[in-house]
Design a protein around this ligand. Structure first.
Ligand code: EPZ
Length: 435
């Protein structure tokens, strides 16, 4: 892991060339957790080299899983699990680690997990996960800093989510896959990452009806087997590079890219009159002759709506459009910390959660900014790309949580970018880089 903490980007620039898209972090994470459901070996290909994946692998190995990495392939065998509670410090680094609760309890009889850390995009409750596990017969014991569940009385059940939750759906679906009988889940998330997990669970021996819809019927099995799975291309990474190319009037080819997963973004970009050419898993985006677009009213929604994970990146583009654009953030109403950093670069954005109003166009100028969360850091990279002068983005650790090799990819696309290492690398004890 690179020890540097900041990136310096010289603007204005543009993106020209080809970019390789990694496997989707948010698909790989639940698929790695699902390996706990079986003592057989699971092989997962196209796993992205990002911090969130490394943290989850550390958690799984700490639980006793045998794990081998070779390039972007991970072989994982959960034949013996030595603990029924993952390491608290590791869990606090990665909210998605809460997903281990159900599968671990099925294997060990009971399990507990400390509450996942909050983060810069607002409160991250887990009430839907717990209500769903209770509907499957788990006894839930709430402790001060952790939750414990007991699997003695598990049974197939029926549960309707009060709201659409991606990892809530994944958690309940994979746990139900390990419970013999038929479980019905309603008001489920339909993200492509949920669909990938469903296909993996079916390859392990579960039967699941309604995949891709908001109503899942899971016919679970006590004994699930091993399988091989290749992770889908990361639609959020692809969307991030597309928005960077559009903002900077560039021309890029993305591969592999599942255009179907990006429909909400591509439709939103129509006013810019871009040139798109999709051939198999290759997508050409030519923004060299784009129009200036027009003000927009964006609402973030669960898939297939516009993804909240592209909201920050979209906001940067709107700072360059003539007129007042708006964003209504219905998934994470507080997810606007990037707006304050963009304003320091010359943007004029008013934030009134769950809304933001972007007054454009405003020329952006390079300055020192601080990343606050994974997608906010991506928006600052795009802003730096179109700003006049040098932008230094601090706390770039956030970027490395979900974007693999981004510096190298941007450099190969023609961006003038440098990695800044502190003169004296003084890592606080809890630093993710500490040994
Ligand atoms: C997943 O988070 C993604 N993470 C997030 O990506 C993504 O932003 C989010 O889905 C929405 O698409 C992974 O897949 C690992 P939610 P998740 O449960 O599942 C509320 C990134 O940048 N809620 O779908 O944690 C919640 O507060 C990350 O890669 C409850 O109220 O999000 C939010 O308002 C960031 N109770 C809404 O539901 C619950 O029990 C949707 O959250 C669970 C969620």
């Amino acid at each position: 892991m690179n020890p540097y903490h900041a990136l310096a980007i010289e603007g204005p620039g543009t993106l020209q060339g080809e970019v390789t898209i990694e496997g989707a972090k948010n698909a790989a994470l639940p698929c790695l957790v699902a390996s706990l459901l079986t003592p057989d070996t699971i092989t997962i290909r196209r796993v992205p080299d990002v911090i969130d994946i490394h943290n989850l692998c550390q958690i799984l190995v700490d639980l006793g899983v045998r794990l081998f990495e070779s390039g972007d392939r991970i072989e994982i065998t959960a034949s013996t699990l030595t603990k029924d509670r993952p390491d608290d410090e590791l869990v606090r680094r990665l909210r998605a680690s809460f997903l281990v609760l159900g599968p671990l309890a099925l294997r060990k009889g009971r399990a507990s997990v400390c509450y996942p850390g909050g983060c810069a995009i607002g409160r991250r409750p887990v009430d839907q996960h717990l209500k769903g596990l209770s509907a499957l017969g788990f006894d839930i014991i709430i402790h001060d800093h952790a939750v414990e569940i007991d699997a003695r009385n598990v049974k197939p059940g029926r549960f309707r989510f009060d709201l659409v939750t991606v990892t809530g759906t994944e958690h309940l679906m994979m746990t139900a896959a390990g419970i013999p009988g038929t479980t019905l889940l309603e008001n489920c998330a339909r993200e492509p990452e949920v669909t990938q997990l469903a296909h993996m669970l079916m390859a392990m021996g579960a039967e699941i009806e309604g995949v891709g819809t908001d109503c899942l019927v899971i016919h679970g099995k006590r004994e699930l087997g091993g399988c091989e799975v290749t992770i889908i291309p990361d639609r959020i990474e692809a969307g991030t590079y597309i928005l960077a190319a559009v903002a900077s009037r560039g021309r890029i080819v993305l591969e592999p890219c599942e255009t179907q997963h990006l429909q909400a973004l591509l439709e939103r970009l129509e006013p810019f009159e871009l040139t798109f050419e999709a051939q198999g898993e290759r997508l050409l985006v030519d923004a060299r002759y784009r129009t200036d677009g027009r003000p927009d009213y964006l609402i973030t929604e669960p898939y297939p709506g516009f993804p909240t994970d592209l909201q920050a990146q979209w906001m940067v583009l709107m700072t360059q459009v003539q007129g007042d654009s708006q964003i209504l953030e219905t998934v994470f109403p507080e997810r606007f910390r990037h707006a304050f950093e963009l304003n320091r670069m010359g943007a004029h954005i008013e934030v009134h959660p769950p809304k933001a109003v972007i007054h454009g166009p405003t020329p952006l100028r390079g300055t020192e900014v601080v990343a606050s969360d994974l997608r906010a850091s991506a928006s600052l990279v795009i802003a730096a790309l179109i700003a006049e002068g040098t932008t230094v983005i601090h706390d770039i650790y956030h970027l490395h949580r979900g974007y693999a090799k981004m510096e190298a990819k941007l450099r190969s696309l023609g961006v003038r970018i440098n990695e800044l290492t502190p003169a004296v690398v003084r890592e606080p004890a809890s630093s993710p880089y500490s040994k």
